[in-house]
Design a protein around this ligand. Structure first.
Ligand SMILES: CC(C)(COP(=O)(O)OP(=O)(O)OC[C@H]1O[C@@H](n2cnc3c(N)ncnc32)[C@H](O)[C@@H]1O)[C@@H](O)C(=O)NCCC(=O)NCCS
Ligand SMILES: Nc1ncnc2c1ncn2[C@@H]1O[C@H](COP(=O)(O)OP(=O)(O)OP(=O)(O)O)[C@@H](O)[C@H]1O
Length: 206
């Protein structure tokens, strides 16, 4: 059995984490780039010293972890700063993704790699056989995003503008999960897609 990798992506607050949790309920392993990025922002991380020397002492909090609020304000709406942060974090995220894949059980049919910037950032798309996009309208996306603590219109605009436009992401998709509706509808869509991937991964393995 050759394990197949699917890249799961979507705009901010489109529902990637919710979809990941639903695939996990079907026993599908999910390796999440956001979870890795959060781990890399903890005090012991090799990224922190590079972040401090690039962005200055304000980028690190009193405990030695990444100052997330500070960094959010500094990178969204500031493409050059965002590129510098990504240049530090993305190679480390890719290395941890590869380690995670290598540690998966050998009997795995297929696994998901959840990556918000699957199409935007270098190195991610080429690691997966197919790209699965979680999609919803921009109105629904903003509605879900604005429920997040500390969010405001200006920050939401800046984050959405730093990601691919919805239509471009849909053009790059191999598969799409619609997340405009209820959680029940989403669970049904994931169950259907899971069956398709089981069939596809069995056919793709010699
Ligand atoms: C800027 C940071 C500190 C803000 O932290 P915050 O807690 O607000 O966000 P969190 O990390 O939970 O990410 C939430 C969402 O923000 C969006 N996002 C994160 N990083 C980026 C980015 N570089 N460009 C565009 N959107 C991004 C994604 O949709 C992601 O799902 C953080 O997002 C970060 O360290 N980003 C750089 C690492 C990265 O590129 N992560 C994406 C993995 S491919
Ligand atoms: N179909 C749905 N019905 C109702 N609420 C939903 C639905 N899908 C997602 N949500 C809610 O919308 C919010 C965003 O979803 P989620 O965290 O899964 O998105 P995400 O794409 O992982 O976000 P991020 O880009 O920040 O990582 C969450 O509060 C989630 O519970």
């Amino acid at each position: 059995m050759i394990m197949q990798l699917i890249g799961l992506t979507g705009g901010i607050a489109s529902g990637k984490s919710t979809v990941s949790a639903l695939f996990t309920q079907h026993g599908v392993p999910v390796i999440d780039a956001d979870v890795i990025a959060h781990r890399l922002s903890q005090p012991s991380s090799p990224a922190l010293e590079a972040i401090r020397s690039t962005f200055g002492p304000d980028a690190v909090d009193a405990h030695g972890a990444l100052a997330r609020d500070w960094m959010r304000q500094h990178v969204f709406g500031h493409a050059e700063a965002r590129t510098r942060l990504e240049a530090i974090l993305h190679p480390l995220i890719l290395a941890e993704l590869d380690q995670g894949v290598a540690a998966l059980p050998s009997e795995t049919n297929y696994a998901l790699i959840a990556v918000p910037l699957l199409f935007e950032a270098k190195g991610f798309r080429e690691r997966v056989a197919r790209a699965l996009v979680v999609d919803c309208s921009e109105e629904r996306q903003r509605q879900r995003l604005m429920n997040r603590p500390g969010m405001n219109d200006e920050l939401a605009d800046a984050i959405i503008a730093s990601q691919l436009p919805r239509q471009t992401r849909l053009q790059y998709a191999d598969d799409i999960i619609d997340n405009e509706g209820s959680l029940e509808e989403l669970a049904e869509a994931v169950a259907l897609q899971h069956q398709r991937y089981l069939t596809w991964s069995a056919a793709a393995s010699p």
